[in-house]
Design a protein around this ligand. Structure first.
Ligand code: FES
Ligand code: FES
Length: 214
C-alpha cells in the first residue's frame, strides 16, 4: 500500500533539507581543509616554532591548534605519517619525538619547539631501508600499507622500550630483565590497528629484528 500523500511530501521536504545540509557541510569542510593547507600568518592565534625534523631544522608558523600530525603532513608536506582516526585510537600517525613514540594527532605542534621529530621519511629509503622496514617487506607485514609507517615506528620503539626495562601490562616479573616475547610485542603494539589484519606478519617482522639485534 502506498504511503499517504502527506507522508510522501514530508519525506521529500526532509530529503531536500538533508541534501542542502550535506552540501553546506561539504563546503565548510572544504574551506577548513584549504585553511589548514595554507601556511598560517603570524598573529595572536599563531606561533612560530622550530622542529628538528629528520635531522633538519624546520621553522614553521602554525595556528596554535594545529596538531603535530597536521604540521607534518600539511605544512611540511611529509605525508608518510598517516592520519587514520585523528583521535588517538589507531596509531597510524605514530612518529617519534625526542626518541619516544607519540600519536602525533594528539599533540600540538606548538608543544614541540626545538624537539627532535622523526617520521618514516627519516628512517630509511627504498635503497637504504631500516632493518624494520626490510623485515616488514620480507615478512609481508602490510597489505594496503596505510598503517605501515606507524607500525614500523612503533615496532622499533617496542624493542627499545623492552631493552630499556620499561614494563608493560603483561610483564610478569618487574625485577627481572624483560624478555622480548610474542605477548610483550602484541601488548605493546596494541595501539596500532591494522584493518587488513597483517598482525601475524608484523609480529614476525618485529621478532626478527629483535633477534637480529640481540
Ligand atoms: S590518527 Fe592518530 S591515532 Fe589514529
Ligand atoms: S596494512 Fe592495511 S591497515 Fe594495515
Amino acid at each position: 500500500m502506498s504511503p499517504p500523500i502527506e507522508f510522501r511530501l514530508r519525506r521529500r521536504v526532509f530529503l531536500t533539507g538533508t541534501a542542502v545540509a550535506a552540501v553546506s557541510t561539504g563546503l565548510r569542510a572544504g574551506a577548513g581543509a584549504a585553511q589548514s593547507a595554507t601556511p598560517a600568518m603570524p598573529g595572536a592565534d599563531t606561533s612560530t616554532v622550530t622542529l628538528m625534523v629528520n635531522g633538519e631544522a624546520r621553522e614553521i608558523t602554525v595556528d596554535n591548534r594545529t596538531t603535530l600530525l597536521d604540521a607534518l603532513r600539511e605544512t611540511l608536506q611529509l605525508t608518510g605519517t598517516k592520519k587514520g582516526c585523528d583521535h588517538g585510537q589507531c596509531g597510524a600517525c605514530t612518529c617519534t619525538v625526542n626518541g619516544t613514540r607519540v600519536n602525533s594527532c594528539l599533540s600540538l605542534a606548538v608543544m614541540h619547539d626545538g624537539d627532535e621529530v622523526e617520521t618514516i621519511e627519516g628512517i630509511g629509503t627504498p635503497d637504504r631501508m631500516d632493518p624494520m622496514q626490510a623485515a616488514f617487506v620480507e615478512h609481508d607485514g602490510f597489505q594496503c600499507g596505510y598503517c605501515t609507517p606507524g607500525q614500523i615506528q612503533s615496532g622499533r620503539a617496542v624493542i627499545d622500550e623492552i631493552r630499556a626495562g620499561i614494563p608493560s601490562h603483561v610483564t610478569g616479573d618487574l625485577t627481572a630483565e624483560i624478555a622480548i616475547t610474542d605477548a610483550e610485542i602484541r601488548e605493546r603494539m596494541s595501539g596500532n590497528i591494522c584493518r587488513c589484519g597483517a598482525y601475524a606478519n608484523i609480529l614476525a617482522a618485529i621478532t626478527q629484528v629483535a633477534e637480529d639485534q640481540a
